[in-house]
Design a protein around this ligand. Structure first.
Ligand code: NAD
Length: 480
């Protein structure tokens, strides 16, 4: 099947009539084509967005909120269809797409439908000077939203919903590897009453369609989630044009386990935080540090639990681990496993490509546990973004803190301890945007989301996202 761009409320072929193959990773087969859009398609989308902006930015908050709620409901109503599409495009278990990805996409729209009705700005009285200042929070205009393949509709809507809620018109590009649910979203937006041109979804490669978005002079802000090197390229391109930038980038997150934690809860959660979505979540705890007095016990129990995970076709009900997103990605992840030995790492479990019966050409890899002896090895320093974790022991709080922070990334950290003093000390010293204590990936959509260091610039979530997608203007009124 061929999917199309969604521009000015219409479904269009790419102007140059060039197409890209779309793969089903669980089968290793091409199952469709997507537009290989160029500058000309982006130009068309920007023209439509500019035309739609004056009316959209002047809709009442109630009208805007109602349309966004309709979209949330539309996603909810089509949950089974969207979950199947996500699973087929990405390789993730259907159970995960049905329980997490699609419900969260609907919540993203509902959350910002509500949040925009509560968003306010400040006033400052210049006491004694007979003046009052207030802050107007105005829509920016046309903004760009670019998202990755690991949580396709979940992250696509996480950007689009606040951008639209704040009254902007959007040019959005999903990953070329997982375009399907973004395509289906277009229909839902039409049915929800979103006016033409307010949201334009353009498909294509990063270096052409994506590049045209970040370079376009009329696109005033870019919200990007993806790899750190792509983020650096976007910053280099967009900064001289003085665009507003929000960059959510890579992670290599520490999972620090102290012996005073709730062991069973920690063990079950650590299996999930290591291998959910085949380890392809920027928040996965891929560097596991265990206090030395429970290291051997943890090692044995963790290997046992992980060995029970069932690798299989994402559409099988009992599959815990599906396929990796692409052949190229499978090869990249495998290449890290292959360097383990050179670096003195020991593969404790997994490490092999798997053939799944009936899906022989799919991209399956065993969940893999590697024991390392230093935090400085490549396996601990570079983002692998697959079902591979390292484990090593630590002696005390200072040592583990040093290792947790001893990396270019700073997205999230997980801490397992029941010691409140340690929780506070470490939370303050960890160089990350998010710290989970005795839990993982528990999300409250009002909280600031994002990373520090090479994991990004800016925050998404709650009012932070609405602040990003609006321009503050100070109005100072002097009176007699
Ligand atoms: P990627 O950087 O290769 O691509 C992300 C998006 O950027 C895609 O839509 C791609 O087409 C586009 N793109 C690529 N080059 C571009 C260019 N020159 N101009 C404009 N757009 C361009 O990332 P990926 O492989 O799709 O995703 C995996 C990465 O995303 C991992 O590093 C992961 O950690 C990161 N990630 C981060 C978060 C977070 O919230 N911090 C969340 C999910 C994923």
């Amino acid at each position: 099947m061929k999917i199309q761009n969604y521009i000015d409320g219409e479904f269009l072929n790419p102007i140059a009539d060039q197409w890209i193959d779309n793969y089903n990773p669980s089968k290793g087969e091409v199952y469709g084509q997507i537009p290989d859009s160029t500058k000309e398609d982006i130009e068309l989308a920007v023209t439509a967005a500019k035309k739609a902006f004056p009316a959209w930015s002047n809709t009442t908050l109630n009208e805007r909120s109602t349309i966004l709620s309709n979209i949330a409901q539309g996603i909810h109503d089509k949950l089974p269809e969207l979950a199947i599409a996500e699973s087929k495009d990405n390789g993730k278990p259907l159970s995960l797409a049905s329980a997490i990805d699609i419900p969260r996409a609907s919540s993203n729209f509902q959350f910002f439908a509500d949040a925009i009705t509560q968003f306010s700005s400040e006033a400052h009285e210049s006491v004694g000077l007979n003046a009052i200042n207030f802050t107007l929070r105005q829509s920016i205009g046309v903004v760009g939203c670019i998202s990755p393949w690991n949580l396709p509709l979940y992250l696509f809507t996480w950007k689009i919903a606040p951008a639209l809620a704040a009254g902007n018109c959007v040019i959005a590009k999903p990953s070329e590897v997982t375009p399907m649910t973004a395509y289906l979203l277009a229909d839902i937006c039409n049915d929800a009453g979103l006016p033409n041109g307010v949201l334009n979804i353009v498909h294509g490669l990063g270096q052409s369609a994506g590049q045209a978005i970040i370079e376009h002079p009329d696109i005033k802000a870019i919200s990007f989630t993806g790899g750190t090197s792509t983020g650096a390229h976007i910053a280099r391109t967009a900064a001289p044009m003085f665009k507003k930038l929000s960059l959510e980038l890579g992670g290599k997150n520490p999972n620090m386990i102290f012996s005073d934690c709730d062991y069973e809860k920690m063990l079950n959660t650590t299996v999930r935080s290591s291998f959910a979505n085949q380890g392809q979540i920027c928040l996965c705890g891929s560097r596991i540090f265990i206090e030395e007095n429970i290291y051997e016990k943890f090692k044995e129990d963790f290997i046992h639990k992980v060995s029970q995970l069932k690798i299989g076709n994402p559409f099988d009900k009992d599959s815990d681990v599906g396929a990796l997103v692409s052949k190229g990605h499978l090869e990249k992840v495998k290449s890290y496993i292959d360097i383990a030995e050179q670096e003195g790492g020991e593969i404790l479990y997994g490490g092999n490509i798997v053939t799944v019966e009936g899906s022989e050409n799919g991209y399956y890899l065993q969940p893999t546990i590697i024991e390392v002896s230093s935090n400085d090895c490549k396996l601990n320093q570079e983002e692998i973004f697959g079902p591979v974790v390292t484990i090593m022991s630590f002696k005390n709080e200072d040592e583990v803190l040093k290792m947790a922070n001893g990396i270019q990334y700073g997205l999230s950290a997980t801490l397992w301890t029941n010691n409140l003093n340690r929780t506070m000390r470490m939370s303050k010293q960890l160089e990350t945007g998010i710290v989970w204590v005795n839990t993982w990936l528990m999300r409250d959509l009002r909280t600031p989301f994002g990373g520090v260091k090479a994991s990004g610039v800016g925050r998404e979530g709650g009012f932070e996202a609405l602040r990003f997608f609006t321009e503050p203007k100070n109005v100072c009124i002097s009176y007699d």
